[in-house]
Design a protein around this ligand. Structure first.
Ligand SMILES: Cc1cc2nc3c(=O)[nH]c(=O)nc-3n(C[C@H](O)[C@H](O)[C@H](O)COP(=O)(O)OP(=O)(O)OC[C@H]3O[C@@H](n4cnc5c(N)ncnc54)[C@H](O)[C@@H]3O)c2cc1C
Length: 464
């Protein structure tokens, strides 16, 4: 049965903005408590032609959960952890991870927002994080889902569930980089439902794969005076990680550019003056940290070895946390002081093009005349360049440069979104990346499943 809608504008107001500051409007809010209620709302929206937007915790940076009128469907009451390996879609990801950690297990997907975002949305957006370098994004950790399609039908899908033969094919070739842009060219129903950003169905429940908790994790931050040396080290660590050979196998490789290091310096006294670039590494081990191998490799690649910060105990971990938090905290302070939003990239490129895109990122600040801060998932060639304009003219220039950089990333064989998705803000970039024919196939699939085009209207696809 369809639950009663909330129509009080004061309550609905709390659901209209996401982390990108995109604002929407809606006439009613539904907060179903189970799959049957979700299905009733979906079927009613389809029958009435009412736009229906799935909203979870609104940490999206793309406008995806922001409604363009019609009804909102919140997943907040689908919040049960059913068992260690099964969970409802509205459960907070961090809560689920804490639960499995208590049983000595690991659910690896680790978006920075994991304590604020939901498991269902992480699946719907194929979210990823620092550990993706080793464990992959959310996708491989999902064993099965229960999903309500736009017409109210409930389907259960695992990797043996075929895509119904009458559904239009979206066959296309994704770039060979970490990517979260466009429908996945799946050969089974489960993979099609992962990464669809709430446009093909609502994930009410999921069965997950778990990994064992590693006995030990060594974390360290190393500093480099020279970018070429740092990139050579990244290449070595990446090669070893991919081939699984030896003890130089990081699960996370995260970069801090020169301005990011300045933000760290403002909060943490341990950053050497000679440091221009920083690298945060996490290494799993079986109880004995492979420190010697790391030391040798860092020394061989001209890291500033006297200044490496190692975390093996609580004090070390606290210092490393301070280093890692200093950058987003510093950026947020600047955004507030500037009174202008930041413009941040989410592109990834193939290994061979990492230095070229970094060159392009380094030129942006000097050319546009305002501050830029670069940091992120260098193991996956996925760096976030944060442009920090201080007035509307600079904001316009930042947006223009963002579009140019997106085209460059695509020309290099990369993606316009490696983790945050397309939402309502990057549809044109997706179209530039995949071309009109593939966008047409995405549209045909959408039309088939959602003839009234009500679900997630404006996300990924412009509509009819
Ligand atoms: C500070 C910060 C850090 C972030 N870090 C990362 C990061 O490291 N990696 C990363 O990948 N992302 C990151 N994000 C983006 C965001 O947190 C993720 O996209 C997350 O998955 C969104 O979760 P949510 O619960 O807030 O969903 P919402 O923002 O409410 O919704 C996101 C999208 O998912 C759809 N949706 C939600 N629930 C369901 C469901 N059950 N079934 C189907 N569709 C659904 C919505 O319709 C919408 O399209 C970050 C965001 C912030 C603000």
């Amino acid at each position: 049965m369809k639950p009663d809608p909330v129509t009080d504008p004061a309550i609905i107001e709390g659901y209209l903005v996401d982390a990108s500051n995109t604002r929407g409007h809606a006439e009613a809010l539904y907060r179903p408590r189970n799959t049957e209620e979700v299905a009733a709302v979906m079927a009613a929206a389809q029958a009435a032609g009412k736009p229906l937007t799935i909203t979870a915790r609104r940490t999206s940076t793309t406008g995806a959960p922001v409604p363009r009128g019609g009804w909102l469907l919140s997943t907040e009451k689908l919040d049960r952890i059913v068992s260690l390996e099964e969970c409802e879609g509205g459960v907070l990801l961090g809560e689920y991870q804490a639960e499995v950690a208590r049983a000595g297990k690991l659910f690896p997907p680790d978006p920075t927002s994991r304590h604020e975002c939901t498991l269902g949305a992480a699946i719907a957006c194929n979210a990823s994080g620092a550990r993706t370098f080793h464990y992959g994004p959310t996708r491989p950790w999902v064993a099965a889902v229960e999903c309500v399609l736009p017409d109210g039908r409930v389907v259960e899908a695992d990797r043996s569930t075929p895509i119904p033969p009458d559904w239009p094919s979206i066959a296309w070739t994704e770039p060979e980089v970490k990517t979260a842009a466009g429908y996945f060219p799946a050969d089974n129903l489960l993979d099609l439902l992962i990464g669809q950003e709430g446009t093909l169905g609502l994930i009410t429940r999921a069965r997950l794969h778990l990994a064992p908790q590693p006995p030990g994790v060594l974390s360290l931050v190393a500093f480099f005076a020279d970018r070429t040396a740092l990139l050579a080290f990244v290449e070595t660590a990446r090669r070893r990680q991919r081939t699984g050979s030896g003890d130089l196998e990081p699960r996370a490789l995260e970069y801090f550019g020169p301005r990011a290091l300045d933000m760290v310096r403002a909060r943490v006294p341990d950053v050497p003056a000679a440091a221009q670039h920083g690298l945060f590494c996490e290494i799993e081990h079986d109880g004995e940290a492979p420190l010697e191998a790391w030391w040798d490799a860092l020394e061989a690649h001209e890291a500033l070895v006297d200044d490496v910060i190692v975390a093996e105990d609580d004090l070390g971990r606290a210092r490393l946390q301070a280093v890692r938090h200093a950058v987003p905290a510093g950026i947020n302070e600047r955004v507030v002081a500037n009174g202008m939003p930041k413009v941040g990239t989410d592109f990834a490129v193939p290994d061979a093009s990492l230095a070229e895109i970094m060159d392009a990122y380094e030129r942006v600040g000097p050319e546009l005349g305002f501050d830029t801060v670069c940091f992120g998932h260098i193991g996956d060639n996925h760096l976030h360049l944060n442009m920090l304009p201080t007035n509307p003219q600079e904001l316009a220039a930042a947006k223009t440069r963002y579009a140019q950089l997106a085209r460059q990333a695509v020309a290099l064989g990369g993606t316009v979104s490696a983790e945050h998705g397309i939402g309502k803000l990057k549809r044109e970039l997706l179209a530039d990346m995949v071309g009109d024919e593939v966008m047409g196939r995405f549209g045909a699939l959408k039309e088939h499943l959602d003839p009234a085009w009500v679900l997630g209207r404006g996300t990924l696809l412009a509509g009819r």
